[in-house]
Design a protein around this ligand. Structure first.
Ligand code: SF4
Ligand code: SF4
Length: 383
């Protein structure tokens, strides 16, 4: 039986067969409602009787793919209803990154080749930097450079700032336009109310719904655990610490006139080291969890795009920490070029892959908090 022929499907009313299938599942689940205590997806689903494309993307962004509703479902395969909410919502989510991406020409570019594109971009930038420096003064590549300003022996600070500032601003612009498109598609007004925003911030900071209703995420061995949430936290807070480290180092440079590298006890180094360690173990744990998931619940076709973001975070941290340890040795120029290449690739691929999922999820949580308050007359959000 094809997806569009199954009970509840409404072919023709959605942009893709996948959204038609998601509509069918939500229609079945809305009749059943057995899973309403597991996460925010089911209470949000119960507040509506029809599922336009924007609402399906909203529901998909609320899902953490914990797998609990698949394991609990009496209609999951081999039942003829073929209800597989985690996999279908994962596929809808992955499609949404391309649907709302800016510019249009790059939509879908990373969907299947994300890992290869990211690594090729990182190596290309590193090779360009090494080639550029080698042509001007090859001795820089093999020398030992120490003290304030040592990094700028490889590339002048202003060149570095222009190159990476442009990549960063491009990423911010593309991400902002993507979020705007998503926000409009899920039918939300520009104005935000403080209570919903605060509720969404708390839910995102604690990853409240990533627990399968309290018992954790399911893997192929059907023994749920909370490790995915722990590694998500490491990744999220590690990323914030590294971002804070970069911002403080920029202030040091422009406001205090202090050039990197800084001593190990200085704030940018402390934050960068803690964040870097978290960004080694967080993405590694998430990748292991990904490989251990039951294949029937995951979107295997988009593995490359999902793996690319984790791989880029891991490599950024690994090369950054190696640079910290070996910065006073002759390995510094090569390590710095590789680190800069990975950071550049991370920046330009941010708007097209898994990173935007975190932002779309936050937008979905704001909407959920808002509509839940409206639905219950201002009562506490489910959970
Ligand atoms: S996933 Fe299955 S058990 Fe859960 S609400 Fe949907 S149909 Fe019911
Ligand atoms: S978060 Fe878990 S329980 Fe909720 S829809 Fe997704 S897989 Fe199902």
């Amino acid at each position: 039986m094809r997806a569009t022929e199954k009970a509840g499907a409404r072919p023709g009313s959605h942009a893709t067969p996948l959204l038609t299938e998601a509509d069918r599942l939500m229609t079945v689940c809305n009749s059943c409602r057995y899973c309403e205590g597991l996460c925010a997806v089911f209470p949000a689903m119960e507040m509506r009787r029809a599922f336009p494309d924007g609402d399906l993307n909203y529901l998909a962004s609320l899902c953490h793919a914990c797998g609990a509703c698949y394991v609990d479902c009496q209609f999951s395969p081999p039942h003829e209803f073929d209800v597989n909410v985690p996999r279908v919502l994962a596929q809808v989510r992955a499609d949404s990154y391309a649907t709302y991406a800016w510019p249009r020409a790059l939509r879908g570019l990373f969907a299947r080749n994300g890992l290869v594109i990211s690594i090729v971009a990182a190596l290309s930038v590193a090779a360009f930097i090494l080639g550029f420096v080698g042509r001007h003064d090859a001795s820089v590549l093999f020398g030992t450079h120490t003290g304030p300003g040592a990094f700028y022996a490889l590339m002048p600070h202003n060149v570095m700032a222009v190159l990476f500032g442009a990549a960063f601003l491009y990423a911010i612009l593309a991400i902002a336009l993507g979020i705007r498109a998503f926000w409009r598609a899920i039918g939300q007004p520009i104005a935000l109310d403080r209570a919903s925003l605060w509720q969404a911030l708390r839910d995102a900071a604690t990853m409240r719904y990533l627990d399968g209703g309290g018992i954790g995420c399911y893997n192929h061995d059907e023994r749920p655990n909370d490790r995915r949430r722990f590694h998500h936290h490491l990744t999220f807070y590690g990323f914030l610490a590294c971002f804070a480290s970069t911002c403080i180092a920029t202030l040091y440079h422009y406001l205090l006139g202090r050039a990197a590298p800084y001593p190990w006890w200085d704030l940018p180094v402390v934050l960068g080291t803690l964040g870097g360690i978290a960004l080694i173990f967080g993405p590694l744990g998430l990748m292991i969890a990904k490989l251990r998931r039951d294949p029937v619940m995951v979107d295997g076709a988009r593995f490359g795009m999902e793996a690319a973001f984790l791989a880029m975070l891991f490599l950024t941290s690994l090369t950054g920490l190696l640079l910290l340890v070996l910065r006073d040795t002759g390995a510094m120029p090569l390590l710095l070029a590789i680190h800069l290449g990975v950071v550049f690739a991370l920046f330009i691929t941010l708007p097209y892959g898994k990173f935007v999922h975190g932002l779309y999820r936050f937008a979905a949580l704001v909407r959920y908090a808002r509509e839940h308050r409206a639905f219950t007359g201002g009562g506490a959000v489910f959970g």
